[in-house]
Design a protein around this ligand. Structure first.
Ligand code: NAP
Length: 436
């Protein structure tokens, strides 16, 4: 029997657990450890609440979690309750599946003004992550700037633009549902430092903006390259650019729509200003050099806004004693291997790119590697009972998968009409909901 600890219960964590089961046959015990009392990481806290069909992948992870050789160990923070070195003593292999939950810093003057938030915080707020439930972003303002041209910027712009009725069927948490329902935001500016051909937005997600009840996407036709140039684009990007062309031609327009989503290309944020909170963002017009990099031109423009959400990518938090690549914001690794017995998967391995499905082959590759490194047979490691003894001696209150199922049932039971669940947004409430 082999013992493996997976740190993180998001997609990368559960795909790895699933893959380990296959690689080792029945001869492995896997503990999936999470610092929250609730599983699924990015699926619960990152995927947009109005994208329930994407969130439904959790059912696959649930199947894995319910098998006898996989155990969920919630409410246990690695680094606080147990160290990586201790886990390496207890398990044959330790896999870091900790994702990339930290916002990359914007690093321009004024980015610390109240009203400037990172997408991890903003997305965490509307998804009910306990770390960000109290964010209270300023929504009593007309202008909001969303920095970045990726899918997260699209999620944030869409959530800011939706009417309450468009959240039917979603699991947006009550505090965000109410605040967004009372929002005064009318102009949402999506700022891209490069052009329409350089966006990282996928067609399905971009196309959604054309069907909003009370918001209209706007693209300045002058920003679009000649239509003939689209032929050279990769097919997905070509479809996305076709949406931008439709928006420039007035698609998404409708009588009396009160909100606008302005795509502003070649607009590099250079400063955020305001007396005691954000009042405007200064962008500098750019042009592209031969390598398609943004080159500032010196021409600036101020955009009035009381909220700035920076959606420019994420990094993995370092863990003491684990080699870390500061430049790439992830663990230093070779094809998922970090050092003796220590591995990483998903965004902690590759950085914050790709879809949820990208983590599947990633998890399978690392599991096969671990199987090859360890071989079969018994290890003599203490595994689960050893972890339980250590955590008990430290008074750590472990949340099991059965406990989670009670929390899950309580969340379903208090959902507003049409919603699958009303999430608990504090750890204390989650722990209370599992009962005695
Ligand atoms: P992303 O796709 O890497 O996009 C980041 C954007 O930020 C890029 O447009 C980048 O522009 C821009 N940027 C970076 N630094 C900047 C700066 N200093 N100033 C201005 N702009 C800057 O990242 P993401 O949107 O966070 O998404 C992360 C991953 O999750 C992606 O793979 C995404 O597709 C995925 N995701 C998928 C979905 C979905 O499928 N529904 C939803 C959300 C996220 P440059 O290109 O110029 O660097």
């Amino acid at each position: 029997m082999r013992h493996v600890a997976v740190i993180g219960s998001g997609p990368a964590g559960y795909y790895s657990a699933e893959a380990l089961q296959k690689s080792f046959g029945g001869a492995v015990r896997i503990d999936v450890i999470d610092r929250l009392p609730v599983p699924y990481g990015l699926i619960r806290s990152g995927v947009a609440p109005d994208h329930q069909s994407i969130k439904a992948v959790y059912r696959r992870y649930e199947k894995v979690a319910l098998t006898d050789d996989v155990r969920f160990v919630g409410n246990v923070a690695v680094g606080r309750d147990v160290s990586v070195a201790e886990l390496l003593d207890l398990y044959d292999a330790v896999i870091l599946a900790t994702g990339a939950p930290n916002d990359r810093p914007l690093g321009i003057p004024g980015s610390d003004l109240p009203g400037v938030v990172g997408s991890a915080a903003f997305v965490g707020w509307y998804n009910g992550h306990p770390d960000f439930a109290d964010l209270d972003p300023p929504l009593g303002v007309e202008g909001a700037a969303v920095i970045g041209n990726g899918n997260v910027a699209l999620d944030v712009a869409r959530i800011l633009a939706k009417t309450p009725v468009e959240f039917v069927g979603s699991d947006i948490v009550a505090h965000a549902f109410e605040a967004l329902g009372n929002s005064a935001v009318r102009d949402i500016h999506i700022l891209g430092r490069r052009g329409p051909h350089q966006i990282a937005m996928t067609p399905k997600e971009l196309g959604e903006l054309g069907h909003l009840a009370d918001a209209m996407p706007r693209v300045d036709p002058a920003d679009l390259p000649p239509a003939a140039d689209d032929a050279a684009l990769e097919p997905g990007l070509r479809k996305s650019v076709a949406h931008l062309r439709d928006f420039a031609g007035g698609a998404g327009a409708g009588l009396g729509k009160r909100k606008s989503i302005h795509f502003r290309f070649f607009a590099m944020p250079v400063a955020i200003e305001g007396d005691d909170r954000v009042e405007r963002i200064r962008v500098e017009k750019t042009r592209l050099d031969e390598a398609r990099r943004a080159v500032p031109t010196g021409e600036t423009q101020d955009i009035s806004c009381g909220l700035v959400v920076s959606c420019i990518g994420y990094s993995t938090p370092p863990i003491e004693g684990v080699p870390y690549d500061d430049r790439l914001g992830r663990f230093r690794n070779t094809d998922g291997a970090i050092g003796d017995g220590l591995y990483c998967v998903g965004w902690a391995r590759r950085g914050p790119t790709g879809t949820i499905g990208t983590n599947r082959p990633d998890g399978y590759e690392v599991a096969e590697r671990i199987a090859a490194d360890l071989g079969g047979g018994a290890s003599g490691k203490a595994g689960r009972p050893g972890l339980d003894r250590l955590l008990e001696s430290r008074g750590v209150d472990i949340v099991t998968f059965r406990d989670w199922q009670k929390i899950e049932a309580a969340e379903a039971g208090r959902a507003r009409a049409g919603s699958p669940r009303e999430k608990f947004t504090s750890i204390a409430d989650m722990l209370a909901a599992r009962g005695g």
